[in-house]
Design a protein around this ligand. Structure first.
Ligand SMILES: *[C@@H]1O[C@H](CO)[C@@H](O)[C@H](O)[C@H]1NC(C)=O
Ligand SMILES: *[C@@H]1O[C@H](CO)[C@@H](O)[C@H](O)[C@H]1NC(C)=O
Length: 438
């Protein structure tokens, strides 16, 4: 009886707190504590923090850390357990940051790999065997999307939910570890995500928490670039901070909100060249990710994306980008197709999904009334799933951590711009003209 009463009191208090914060009928959960990790003393040559990423057509990059500097950068792999039919030799790097020295960070590209196939692999000739599945080369293909992860109880909940869904590739629009200058937190983040990131490719781009620059002492992105090497060389980019890749019939462009994007920047020229190469007959869907949203009706981070938007939005529009994913704002928002600040049937759908679970908590306050382009907005932790069904139809759903993985708080069928009469596809003359002129 006492217990019941207590529970009732507690939930009433929570409910009131929730109402005050959100002004809605849903109880907003408070932030959860940063997880603490007991130091796990492993032999120094044992692979840690294993994660994989796509590395050009039919190839995958395996990344891991060892404390032992003599440990080799080799990956043995094959399609049956403990029977490795191939071995690949990679490279390694390390970095120091003030008083911290990283372990040996290994990057080894394996392949060519068969599509939609499970591989078994071992890193550095030691330690446990890992398993990965390559994405399919044709539709359907499914992506899990979650940004601003961090390493709290909510992060764990988001990852557990993602683990329950069937997906091929994880997309992360910036803000990974929330290490925030404390380098060992990059190591604990690597350990936290290993079960998922060692089995499906994680394709990430940088957020403000990756920057970690110190004036006159440290350039930005040292830890991020050393640990999360993405296929920039494979996509003709000079920087790990922007690159592109294809999965099945989707071309993804990963941009950097924290590296120059003005029309004289390398990123701008690279983006233009990359968009010109897109062949919509081969990749009918065109999807872009970066960290700071351009369309955001949350009070948090208002206007921070404006400069990048005024520099680059016309390029994305000319190329007929279907979907843009961003993070930064710790909440969820989905727009109509938009361009130039208003809804536009030839623009992209923008989805802010910076609600992965970091220690800073949720962004509760919204502008009122909502702009005409905002369709759905809510401050809750969660993740998204994007299922590309075929060349014209994709199913998007957003799942709150508070619910079962199977519960979809927002869902919508998206149709691609090809066949819409808008600028897209097959190196159309219009697209070429607009992109060349800009
Ligand atoms: C991938 O493999 C699974 C089972 O192994 C199969 O059900 C699915 O149809 C395959 N997907 C594609 C696109 O080939
Ligand atoms: C694509 O998928 C949608 C949704 O399942 C379906 O209605 C449509 O007919 C499909 N299109 C083709 C060309 O298969």
């Amino acid at each position: 009886m006492m217990k019941l009463l207590l529970r009732h009191l507690l939930s009433t208090t929570l409910f009131i707190a929730g109402t005050v914060f959100a002004g809605g009928d849903y109880i907003r959960p408070p932030p959860r504590k940063t997880l603490s990790f007991p130091w796990d003393q492993k032999p120094s040559s044992q692979p840690q923090q294993v994660h994989i990423s796509l590395a050009g057509d039919k190839h995958m990059r395996v990344t891991w850390v060892t404390n032992d500097g003599a440990s080799p950068s080799i990956v043995e792999y094959g399609t049956s357990p403990e029977k490795y039919s191939a071995t690949a030799q990679g490279e390694s790097t390390k970095y120091s940051y003030l008083l911290y020295s990283s372990g040996k960070i290994h990057h080894t590209v394996i392949g060519p790999l068969q599509e939609n196939t499970t591989y078994f692999y071992k890193c550095g000739g030691e330690g446990p065997e890992f398993q990965l599945k390559t994405p399919p080369s044709k539709f359907p293909v499914t992506f899990a999307v979650a940004g601003d992860l961090g390493q709290t109880g909510w992060t764990k909940s988001t990852l557990d939910h993602i683990d329950q869904c069937k997906y091929d590739v994880h997309l992360l629009p910036g803000d990974l570890s929330y290490a925030d200058y404390l380098q060992h937190r990059w190591d604990t983040f690597g350990q936290l995500v290993q079960p998922l990131a060692s089995s499906r490719p994680w394709m990430v781009t940088q957020g403000n928490h990756e920057k970690e620059s110190i004036p006159f002492l440290k350039d930005g992105f040292v830890s991020y670039n050393s640990r999360w090497k993405m296929p920039f060389e494979e996509s003709g980019s000079a920087s790990n901070l922007y690159y592109s890749f294809d999965v099945a019939g989707v071309h993804f462009v990963m941009l950097g909100s924290y590296t120059p994007y003005d029309e004289y920047s390398d990123q701008y020229s690279w983006l233009k060249a990359d968009l010109l190469k897109v062949d919509r007959r081969r990749t009918p869907w065109l999807v872009v990710l970066f960290h700071v949203p351009w369309y955001n009706s949350n009070r948090a981070h208002q206007g921070e994306g404006d400069d990048m938007m005024s520099s680059m939005e016309h390029l994305l529009y000319a190329a007929g980008v279907d979907i843009v994913f961003t993070g930064h704002v710790h909440a969820y928002e989905r727009t109509k197709r938009v361009y130039n600040g208003k809804s536009d049937r030839c623009g992209a759908v923008h989805i802010t999904i910076g609600d992965g679970g970091n220690r800073e908590g949720l962004a509760h306050w919204y502008k009122q009334p909502p702009p005409e382009w905002s369709v759905f907005r809510e401050a809750s932790f969660g993740h998204g799933e994007l299922k590309m069904v075929n060349s014209t139809h994709a199913y998007w759903s957003w799942h709150r951590n508070e619910d079962d993985e199977s519960v979809q708080s927002d869902q919508v069928w998206l149709t691609s711009l090809i066949g819409s009469g808008c600028n897209t596809g097959g190196g159309s003359h219009d697209m070429r003209r607009i992109l060349m002129a800009s």
